[in-house]
Structure formats: structure tokens, C-alpha cells
Ligand binder design. Structure first.
Ligand code: TNX
Length: 527
């Protein structure tokens, strides 16, 4: 990226994630009063809302013109990304050109950061230096995975998260909606899930759930901002909320007790019980029907006490149901057929780390490890979310060959529930301490040796909420690290620069302060 500071108070190097190309020019534009013009009324409204957060007055006409136009020739030379855009600021006005509405919003997001950077805290002038930005993302999937089970975050918090994610041009919000402690999405065909299992959370905290209408409204709110909600119902492990609601899912027929601890890996479904397949069909068919986006995540992680054969049957069945319901399946990396077979990897992870990831007593025997001849479990197009960087890469290469796509969430970089440092009051530490630089300085294409870059769909930060009780707790783990993961997902490796990022984060923090967003003041930044 070209980076220049052009004159008093006008900061060009202020954009997170770093754009492909940013060329400052002569002149300054006043944005105290703006008038947005676009063919699409929703785009006009959203652009107005975004620009109003800078302090600009948005008026129907007569303000500084901000013209948003669909234009297939926009973006960096040779770009074919549907999200590309060109932002042009001259002394006369602003234009954003993009082939699709996502690019129009991205251009306005960039403009907003440029205005905010010049303005710093509350008092600076509402102006921006002349500039041309041509930009496109490196990866199509740039997301945040959020656990709303261990602690419940309701619609207002989720809308705030959508806004935050969007401000860094991320476009997926993956919600972890079921686990041992609670069930967070109304399923019309299985009402007991939320009637009996939605009210708990970790350590007796209050639960909650999204009703059918709330779920639709949240997705619509996100979709307006070009963010797709990806729902996760986690099976065949992490299912105590389900077995509490429906005793027929357990071998004894008795419902399990509620659970409010933070251990993982102890609960599971049983493929051969007569109630299991109808349950999965009902749940995933309803979730697919209620979901606006193309993906449904069926979990598949940390099933520590299941034989590989049974696990493989679950993976096949879930993919069949989700695909049959018209959606693309997403699953944690275990669905590639490695970690569930190679219990040594999971047990090692557990043993070294914390008792919360305790090794199971009845882990599968070593001879359960699939050999190289075994066919991949995943279907072409299935998206695998990669989190544990330790297992043998062979099953992932096999999955890629079978047509699987990869979303990278390496726990030691992108798990934003990890403590920043040993002293950090919130978070866990089983994967690593993850300071800002750790979440910045990694390459998604270098994680799995031998994986072709073409198999990488993108990057997702993830935040698990065992220790996070409030929106402030959550935001203090997301900020500033979400900005680092967003840049890793959007920007080409050559456009990333840690020293530049440090100064851009410091500028961005003025916006967080002004908008009341809690962030962690890591000593790695000169705030
Ligand atoms: C692992 S990584 C989990 C979650 C926990 C998290 C805590 C993965 C797919 N599952 O169940 O909440 O660790 O950091």
C-alpha cells in the first residue's frame, strides 16, 4: 500500500484493513454536511448512518456530495472480486464506485475511517484529504465466530457485533448456538430445546435464546450490511442441552442434567439410537429453512469419546441433511477425519493444557487412526474450519483434494478468548497467550503444509465466552485483536506492515473511545 500523510490533520494512512492502493492527492474536502446519492435506498440509509457516526450532518440535498454508483470497471486493475471498490475524494466531492453494493459499503467504511482519523477525538474538523483508494479483499470469507452459549449475548449485543465486524469489512458472523450449557435458537419442530434448555449458561448465569422472528431480524440486519449469519448447531458432541431436553437421545432414555461448567468433550449423540436421525433431520431442516445465507455449520469438534466409524457416520449424515436442505455444510476440522481418529492429538492438547480440556478415559485406540488410503469424509464444497494447528496435515490435504474449502481460525492466533498475557484477567490460555502482534503476524496460506492456496476460503476470528460475561468483556477481547485478524483476512501479505498497523490502531482507538467501545490498551500500541 502507498502510505502518506498529506498536510495538517489530514491522515491518509488510517485504513484498517490496509487497502491494496491508496494514493493521496492535492486538496481537502469538507464533510461537515453531506448528501448521499445512490440508486438503492438501503445503501443511502446505511451510508448516511455510517457517516453520521463521524459527526457529519446528513441532509437530503445541498451537502457535500457523496455519490455511490454501481460500476463494473471499479477496483484495482485486473480485480475480479465482487467486493472491489474505488473511493475517490476530490475537493469537490466523494464518489464510491463498485460492481456490487458490498463494495459501495466498503468504500463508505474506508471514507469513515479517513474522516475519523483526521478528527481524532471529538473536536477535529470534519474533513478528508483528496485521495484515490482502489481495493479488494484477499479472501472471500472474513468472519467472526461467536459463542453465545457459554454466556448469552442477545439481539442488541449481536447487532453491535455486526456493526463492529462490518467496520473492518468482515462479512460472516458465525454463531455457535448450541452446546452443553444451553440451546440458543428456537427450533419449531423441537420446541423443548428452548423450552427446557435455553435458560442456563456457565456458572448459573442467565441464558436466553433467539426466537424465530429475532433470528430472522438479526440476519436481515446483518444482510443489509453485507454480512452473512452462519448458524452452528454443534453435533455429535457438545450436546448436553439437547440430551437434557430430549431423553430419547440418551441410551437410558433419561434426560441428562443441566450443565453449567466449562469442561468439553463429555457429551455425545448415539448414531444407532432410533431417535437420533429424526432429531438431526428435524433440527437441521428447520435451521436451513430459517437461515437466509447459504451455510449451515454442524460442529463436529471435540467428540473425545466416540469411535472414528461412528463419528464418520455422523459427518456423512449431517452433510447429507444440510446439503439436502439446500445449504452448504460447514464443520470444524475434525470432520476431515483426523483429530477424532487421532485421539493422541486431542488428548495431548487436553493433557498439556487445562483440566477444562481433560483427556477422556476411554479415548479411541491408536489403531483407529485412518490410514492414507481411507476416502475423505467430506463432500466437495464442504467448508472446514481449522483451529488446532497440531494434527497431521494428511487428512486436510485429502479433504482439499476431495473439494473441501478451508476457513482458518488457528487458536494460537485467531482465538480471541485467549488471554493477551498471563496476567490478563479474562480469557483462557490452553492454546497460547495471544497478544496483538500474534493475532496480526501470520499467513493463512502457510498454516497447513502442502495445502493449495486455492482451497482457502478465508479466515475467521473466534471468541468463546466461558469467561466473558458482558458486552464490555467481549469487546475488550475483540479490540484491538479483531482489527488484526481482519487485516490478515483482507489485505495482501505485501500490504501488511506491523508498524503501520500500530499507528492505524492508535488512530482507530479514538473512534472506539468516542463510541464507547471497550478495548484492551495493550502496551504494544502507543495509544
Ligand atoms: C475449544 S476449538 C472449543 C470450545 C471451547 C474453546 C475454549 C473448538 C472447536 N471448541 O468448545 O469453548 O476451546 O477456548
Amino acid at each position: 500500500m502507498t502510505t502518506v500523510s498529506s498536510g495538517a490533520g489530514i491522515v491518509a494512512d488510517a485504513v484498517i484493513p490496509a487497502p491494496v492502493e491508496l494514493v493521496p492527492a492535492e486538496g481537502v474536502l469538507d464533510l461537515t454536511t453531506v448528501t448521499v446519492d445512490a440508486a438503492d435506498a438501503v445503501v443511502v440509509r446505511l451510508a448516511g448512518e455510517l457517516l453520521a457516526t463521524t459527526g457529519a450532518s446528513v441532509v437530503p440535498d445541498g451537502g457535500t456530495p457523496v455519490a455511490l454508483t454501481l460500476d463494473a470497471t471499479a477496483g484495482p486493475a485486473g480485480s475480479s472480486s465482487p467486493e472491489r471498490y474505488t473511493l475517490t475524494v476530490t475537493a469537490a466531492g466523494v464518489t464510491v464506485a463498485a460492481p456490487e453494493r458490498a463494495g459501495l459499503l466498503h468504500g463508505v467504511r474506508t471514507l469513515r475511517q479517513l474522516v475519523n482519523a483526521g478528527r481524532r477525538e471529538t473536536d477535529g474538523p470534519l474533513e478528508v484529504g483528496a485521495v484515490v483508494v482502489r481495493d479488494e479483499p484477499r479472501y472471500a470469507w472474513r468472519g467472526l465466530s461467536l459463542d453465545v452459549v457459554r454466556h448469552w449475548f442477545g439481539p442488541a449485543d449481536l447487532r453491535a457485533v455486526v456493526d463492529l465486524v462490518g467496520s473492518y469489512k468482515m462479512n460472516r458472523l458465525h454463531l455457535h448456538l448450541s452446546d452443553d450449557q444451553g440451546w440458543r435458537l428456537e427450533i419449531p419442530s423441537r420446541p423443548a430445546l428452548t423450552e427446557k434448555s435455553s435458560q442456563g449458561a456457565v456458572s448459573g448465569a442467565a441464558g436466553g435464546f433467539l426466537g424465530v422472528d429475532e433470528y430472522r431480524e438479526l440476519q436481515e440486519y446483518a444482510a443489509e450490511r453485507e454480512i452473512v449469519v452462519v448458524p452452528e448447531i454443534d453435533v455429535p458432541g457438545h450436546v448436553n442441552a439437547a440430551t437434557h431436553a430430549y431423553g430419547e437421545l440418551t441410551p437410558s432414555g433419561e434426560p441428562t442434567d443441566t450443565y453449567d461448567g466449562i469442561e468439553v468433550g463429555f457429551s455425545k449423540l448415539h448414531i444407532d439410537l432410533p431417535a437420533t436421525e429424526p432429531f438431526l433431520r428435524d433440527v437441521f431442516t428447520d435451521v436451513a429453512r430459517m437461515t437466509l445465507g447459504p451455510w449451515v455449520h454442524f460442529g463436529g469438534d471435540e467428540v473425545l469419546t466416540m469411535q472414528p466409524d461412528e463419528f464418520g457416520r455422523f459427518v456423512a449424515l449431517c452433510q447429507e441433511i444440510v446439503t439436502g436442505a439446500g445449504k452448504t455444510p460447514v464443520a470444524w476440522q475434525e470432520a476431515a477425519g483426523s483429530a477424532h481418529g487421532d485421539q493422541s492429538a486431542v488428548a495431548a492438547l487436553a493433557g498439556e493444557a487445562t483440566p477444562d480440556h481433560a483427556a477422556p478415559d476411554d479415548a479411541a485406540p491408536d489403531d483407529a487412526v485412518p490410514d492414507d488410503e481411507e476416502p475423505a469424509l467430506v463432500r466437495p464444497g464442504t467448508v472446514l474450519q481449522y483451529w488446532d494447528t497440531r494434527p497431521d496435515p494428511a487428512p486436510f490435504l485429502r479433504a482439499a483434494e476431495a473439494g473441501a474449502r478451508f476457513v482458518m481460525s488457528p487458536a494460537d492466533r485467531a482465538y480471541l478468548d485467549m488471554k493477551y498475557t498471563p496476567e490478563h484477567p479474562l480469557g483462557q490460555q490452553w492454546a497460547a497467550f495471544v497478544e496483538l502482534h500474534d493475532s496480526y503476524d501470520w499467513d493463512p496460506a502457510a498454516l497447513i503444509e502442502g495445502l493449495p492456496e486455492s482451497a482457502i476460503e478465508g479466515v475467521s476470528a473466534a471468541v468463546w465466552t466461558e469467561t466473558l460475561l458482558s458486552r464490555d468483556d467481549l469487546f475488550s477481547m475483540l479490540l484491538p485483536r479483531l482489527a488484526a485478524v481482519a487485516e490478515t483476512a483482507w489485505s495482501q501479505p505485501g500490504a501488511k506492515d506491523w508498524e503501520s498497523f500500530r499507528s492505524r490502531v492508535a488512530l482507530e482507538a479514538a473512534t472506539w473511545r468516542r463510541e464507547g467501545a471497550t478495548y484492551h490498551p495493550t502496551p504494544q500500541i502507543d495509544w
